[in-house]
Write a new protein. Structure first.
Lengths: 65, 201, 476
């Protein structure tokens, strides 16, 4: 195998293993941790009683009191 | 939990098998990338650049020629590069084995240069670099006059440029600096017309 | 916990990010202004080549990489890092760790970009697109980036919120992918250059992955937090957003080689990347559907929220540019568009229309919460938005139309190359007009940011919206 051949092979297979493998590991961690249970609750975790669902949190600045 | 692991394994197998088919198997049919040598005629192609042309390549790179010019001839099914006279055959991987850093390019604001050494003379190249609009009216290529020196006529040298009619300034000549000379030597060396077997496919 | 205690906790968490985030943002805006000026110079030089044409330091071949590298590594990356350093503590509901170390990392990153830029002015380019900074720069940037990655994960480890929100997946992913991609790319292109076409393949794999695995996750991830947070409405289909993330994680890194379609690479390598590019339809569709459906019934809020305007514009641009990208990878399309200005219009729709606009939106939301001071002028905010939005639209339309025709003409060997060049000139002028508008928008924002930091501008009567943890006014 010549050096350029080897390098192309190494980059493609290496990328597949590294990125794909890491994605697979992270995916299996999240399955084990129960991250995929109750997804509806997940979407609501960014709200709280002070910034609840139904209230806008940004506006143009104005001179009003 | 078990379902999760099975899902993960299934995903990996599906993904892995498609990539084996698309990537690994075709890979095993890949060409060798050594220079080609013809035993009958004793020719070896490609050869690494040497001397002035090798220095000129650095000037090409430093000035960012790649941002407007490519160095790759596409096959007829992709475009009429060959019909335009930009080459007699498409370029292939083997053409570039000594190119570091490679200057394939991604924009054709200007024409492709893979075989420009066969199209224009040194004299034309110098004048064109000095002021592209002098040789190609309407060109948007920047002027590389900073690679040249304007000197009084009595300090002229043999390689001074003779500017065409209205562009010439009486009493002055334009002399290429060393960077300009090596750059033109590099441009003249650009020739990928050697008949490689894989390029005939 | 009472509502107020949530507000107090959130204010404390925001405050822990104040110093590093503002330093990263201020640096980002400096590079945005610098990079935009270089951009305009480059654009003018394309149709008026004698403009500033006498000196080598300002020749197009120098200015173009200076523009690209300062807006990618200066503006985009620094704005992205500032944004994710604010997002991670918010989503993990914990204070940001080692803020002073993160300020140090910003200084180091700035040194890297500055040294690189000076190097480019001196002609020390590597000659490799997207990696032009001289060889002494990548170690500096990598060092700073690894500090950020480390602090991001260290903060995540101390999380008080058990659920990992989709945004957090995206930004943590980005913090892992970017160092890996960058180190591989500089090794194989700059330090141990692979010969010939292997280098080209790695080069473009890198350039595309900077978009897909660094900037896109930060931009898309941020939008997934900001849009629901501003609206007070959860993401339409959270399940779909998770699917979209995992699809991106698995498919994006293959798209990069489509840059070399028709070129001298082995066909299997290019085919693999075309497949990857098409598969990107899945996550893009997921994102598009989600953002649209979350906004449905709420588009009127665009009148009242600066943040929403910018982020939604960016999210829409993301959808357009991604579909455009997938289609560009198809051979029959690519034959026309390759090597033309069309590609440039695509790149700018992605980097400015999508990423920069999302960053602007995030900064409009984040900065007042850190400085506890309101933006000085609604009028200037509107000026920024309209200049940037109209500017990038004009830019995109001009080069898409011009580039497409350029490609069609290139397919006809009886049309001389110079005729192509003449044809594109009016479109290049239109691009300069669009680019000038974008520059005005950027300068306006830099001004607003400076006024905010200096606590200048119109005197506020009473509390600002964000000064104390009080309920935001419901806008109907």
């Amino acid at each position: 195998m010549t050096r350029p051949d080897f390098l192309i092979f190494a980059i493609t297979v290496g990328s597949l293993v590294f990125f794909g493998g890491m994605a697979v590991l992270a995916l299996s961690w999240s399955v084990r941790e129960g991250q995929f249970r109750n997804l509806e609750h997940g979407s609501q975790t960014i709200f709280d009683p002070d910034e609840p669902i139904g209230e806008v949190t940004d506006r143009f600045p104005s001179n009003e009191e | 939990m078990n379902r999760g692991i099975i899902l993960v394994i299934g995903f990996v197998l599906t993904f892995g098998s498609s990539w084996v088919g698309l990537v690994y198997l075709p890979y095993t049919q890949m060409q060798r990338l050594e220079p080609y040598s013809n035993e009958l005629s004793n020719e070896v192609y490609p050869k690494p650049l040497e001397g002035s042309a090798a220095d000129g390549r650095k000037i090409y790179i430093a000035n960012g020629c790649i941002y407007c010019h490519t160095q790759q001839v596409r096959n007829a099914e992709f475009g009429p590069d060959i019909a335009r006279g930009w080459g007699t055959r498409r370029t292939v991987a083997r053409d570039y084995i000594y190119d570091t850093p490679i200057q394939l390019g991604t924009m054709r604001t200007g024409p492709d240069l893979a075989n420009v050494g066969q199209r224009w003379s040194a004299d034309w190249q110098h004048k064109h670099l000095y002021n592209p609009r002098m040789m190609t009216p309407g060109s948007i290529m920047p002027s590389f006059a900073f690679l040249y020196e304007k000197r009084p006529v009595d300090e002229s040298t043999p390689d001074a440029l003779i500017l065409p009619g209205p562009w010439a300034e009486p009493g002055f000549v334009i002399v290429p600096k060393p960077e300009a000379k090596t750059l033109v030597d590099y441009l003249l060396s650009l020739n990928h017309s050697f008949d490689l077997p894989e390029a005939r496919e | 916990m009472s509502a107020d205690s949530f507000a107090v906790e959130r204010a404390r968490i925001d405050a822990s990010t104040r110093l590093p985030v503002l330093v990263w943002f201020a640096s980002a805006l400096f590079w945005l202004v610098f990079g935009s000026l270089a951009a305009l110079a480059a654009s003018l030089k394309m149709h008026t080549p004698e403009f500033l044409g006498a000196s080598q330091a300002l020749t197009f071949g120098f200015i173009r990489p200076i523009h690209l590298n300062t807006v990618v590594y200066g503006w985009s990356s620094m704005a992205g890092i500032g944004t994710l350093l604010w997002l991670i503590p918010r989503l993990a509901r914990t204070m940001l760790v080692f803020p002073k170390l993160l300020v140090f990392s910003a200084i180091v990153w700035n040194i890297g970009v500055l040294a690189g830029t000076v190097g480019l002015f001196l002609g020390m380019t590597t000659g490799i697109e997207w990696l032009e900074f001289p060889p002494f720069v990548p170690p500096i940037l990598t060092f700073a980036l690894l500090i950020v990655t480390f602090c991001g994960f260290a903060t995540f480890r101390q999380r008080n919120e058990r659920h990992v929100y989709v945004t957090l997946w995206y930004v943590l992913g980005a913090l892992v992918w970017m160092p890996a991609v960058y180190v591989i790319a500089v090794t194989l292109c700059v330090y141990q250059p692979a010969p010939g076409v292997v280098q080209a393949a790695t080069n473009w794999w890198f350039a595309h992955n900077v978009l897909g695995l660094w900037l896109t996750p930060i931009g898309v991830g941020a939008a997934y937090y900001i849009i629901p947070k501003v609206l007070g409405r959860p993401i339409y289909s959270y399940y779909l957003s998770i699917v979209g993330f995992w699809a991106l994680a698995l498919f994006y890194s293959w798209a990069g080689m489509h840059h070399l379609i028709g070129g001298p690479l082995p066909t299997w390598l290019v085919s693999a990347s075309v497949v990857g590019s098409i598969m990107m339809f899945i996550p893009v569709l997921a994102v598009a559907l989600n953002h649209h459906m979350t906004m449905v019934g709420n588009f009127h809020h665009l009148r009242y929220s600066p943040t929403l305007r910018f982020v939604v514009f960016g999210a829409m641009a993301y959808t357009v540019v991604s579909f455009q990208g997938s289609i560009e990878a198809l051979r029959s399309f690519n034959v026309i568009s390759h090597f033309t200005h069309y590609t440039i219009s695509h790149a700018h729709l992605g980097l400015y229309g999508f990423f920069s606009m999302v960053m602007f939106g995030c900064m409009y939301y984040i900065v007042p919460r850190l400085t506890e001071w309101e933006w000085a002028s609604a009028g200037l905010i509107r000026l920024h938005f309209w200049c940037s939005a109209i500017g990038i639209t004009l830019y995109f339309v001009a080069l898409t139309v011009g580039g497409w025709h350029q490609g069609m003409m290139a397919q006809d060997a009886s049309i001389a190359h110079i005729s192509q060049v003449e044809f594109t000139k009016p479109y290049l002028w239109a691009r300069s007009v669009g680019g000038t508008l974008m520059l005005i928008g950027n300068l306006t924002f830099a001004l607003l940011f400076t006024l905010n930091l200096m606590k200048l501008g119109k005197r506020r009567v009473g509390e600002t919206t964000f000064r104390t943890p009080m309920k935001a006014v419901r806008v109907s």
